[in-house]
Design a protein around this ligand. Structure first.
Ligand SMILES: *Cc1c(COP(=O)(O)O)cnc(C)c1O
Length: 424
């Protein structure tokens, strides 16, 4: 993974891209994505049948999903369009994990048709699924440990007890029993507790918890589990002082737990799945934007041509994103700026009181770690349009993989006389 501030393209290359494509845009680094995916697979190579199901919501561009699929990832979908991306890429069957909640009938139907592993979020979804789609051959349930687990402070997913997801332990037992009695023979168990977690212990604890549950439920119900899914949530170091998640430590801790609680108890080999999004594409995507205004009032502001519509995390979570002023990497960081977008909301700020080199109008600004939950969280509030996505190929060429939205796109769904005229 990248060191802080590392950029996989030169200033000249970026200039060349900007000459052909207006900022703002998201730029993704294919090489980084591939190398990182291999690293994750290697870290878990001891696991029989390890697979990360890429959480499509993190970056739902089929070009990127395809790259990850080529590197051995499955997908984790939670909506109809996400399932359609998988289908379009020829990803079928158990390469798809369908982890949804509050699920509409047509989404279960599509997941069922594609042969996805359906991961149910509630016990009442059993009859709902059966009625609207059918009885699948393999079933998974999402466990919510409630008060048994606390998440770290600042974790956007919140405490399990307050979270809307998953089944209680009592419900879990009843749910598997029901499925067993209906004739289902293949089972998996899922949980997702962490989000942007950098402490290996969190994942090791989760694995221990799931292994214990697997052995308890297997024994009580005489069923066999094929896999556990630890969920996503592997974190990335957004801040310069943060360290990368130590994958070797995560893997080693889980291996110990596996040897004690699965192999050691004579249970059948269990596959371990994850459904990470952030760690797979986050560090390998950059939001490229240009300074279009400088403003000096009670603070010093740099107005850029991107806004929260292109990257919502800072405005929504107060999240930190590292920033490079292209060509001024080694200049003294002796100015304090708020880097702001044009939305009529005062939280539309990419950085607050950030020490940076002197920025002039026309400077190109690179916002790091924007490759996950970046473009995909984009929205159209205030008539803001979502930006383009460009893929930097391994051979150094680049490709527009999604064009920027136009006013025509913005008006295209409007049912008003004359509104559908081309306003691009
Ligand atoms: C969002 C989500 C993920 C991916 O989370 P990351 O933080 O991107 O790894 C995985 N599984 C479920 C169920 C999710 O909701």
């Amino acid at each position: 993974m990248n060191k802080h501030g590392d950029i996989p393209f030169t200033a000249e290359k970026l200039k060349e891209i900007i000459n052909g494509h207006q900022t703002p845009f998201h730029l993704y680094d294919e090489r980084g994505i591939r190398e990182n995916a291999r690293k994750l697979n290697k870290a878990f190579s001891w696991v029989p049948g390890f697979k990360n199901h890429f959480a499509v919501k993190a970056c739902p561009n089929p070009y990127l999903v395809k790259i990850l699929h080529e590197e051995g990832n499955g997908v984790d979908c939670s909506s109809l369009p996400e399932l359609l991306i998988a289908e379009r890429l020829g990803i079928r069957g158990e390469d798809i994990m369908f982890t949804s909640n509050d699920t509409p009938p047509n989404e279960f139907k599509k997941a069922f048709e594609l042969g996805a592993i359906i991961n149910l979020d509630d016990i009442t979804h059993i009859p709902f699924l059966e009625k609207n789609a059918g009885l699948p051959e393999i079933i998974c349930f999402r466990y919510n440990p409630g008060p048994l687990r606390q998440t770290a402070e600042g974790n956007v997913i919140g405490n399990p007890e307050e979270s809307k997801y998953g089944l209680t332990k009592q419900q879990l037992l009843e749910a598997y029993r029901t499925m067993r009695d209906k004739g289902v023979k293949r089972f998996g168990l899922h949980t997702m507790i962490a989000s942007n977690e950098l402490n290996p212990e969190a994942f090791i604890q989760t694995a221990n918890m799931l292994f214990d549950l697997v052995s308890e439920i297997s024994e009580k119900l005489s069923i066999t589990f094929e896999f556990v899914n630890l969920g996503g949530g592997m974190g990335i170091p957004y801040r310069p002082e943060q360290k990368q998640l130590d994958l070797a430590a995560v893997s080693e801790g889980i291996r110990k737990a596996y040897e004690e609680k699965i192999t050691g108890r004579g249970l059948k080999p269990l596959r371990i799945l994850t459904e990470n999004g952030r760690i797979m594409t986050g560090p390998f995507g950059y939001l490229i934007t240009t300074a279009i205004h400088t403003k000096s009032t009670y603070r010093e502001y740099i107005g850029v041509d991107a806004s929260m519509a292109n990257l919502m995390r800072p405005g929504m979570y107060g999240a930190y994103h590292f920033i490079t002023v292209m060509g001024k990497e080694s200049a003294p960081h002796d100015h304090t700026y708020d880097i702001v977008g044009s939305l009529c909301e005062n939280n539309d700020k990419f950085a607050i009181n950030r020490q940076l080199p002197k920025i002039d109008v026309g400077d190109v600004i690179v916002i790091h770690n924007a490759g996950a939950h970046g473009h995909s969280m984009g929205f159209n509030y205030n008539g803001k349009l979502r930006s383009a996505e460009i893929l930097l190929r391994e051979n150094g060429q680049y490709e527009l993989i999604r064009r920027a939205e136009t006013p025509g796109d913005y008006f295209s769904t409007l049912n008003f006389p004359g509104a559908s005229i081309d306003m691009s």
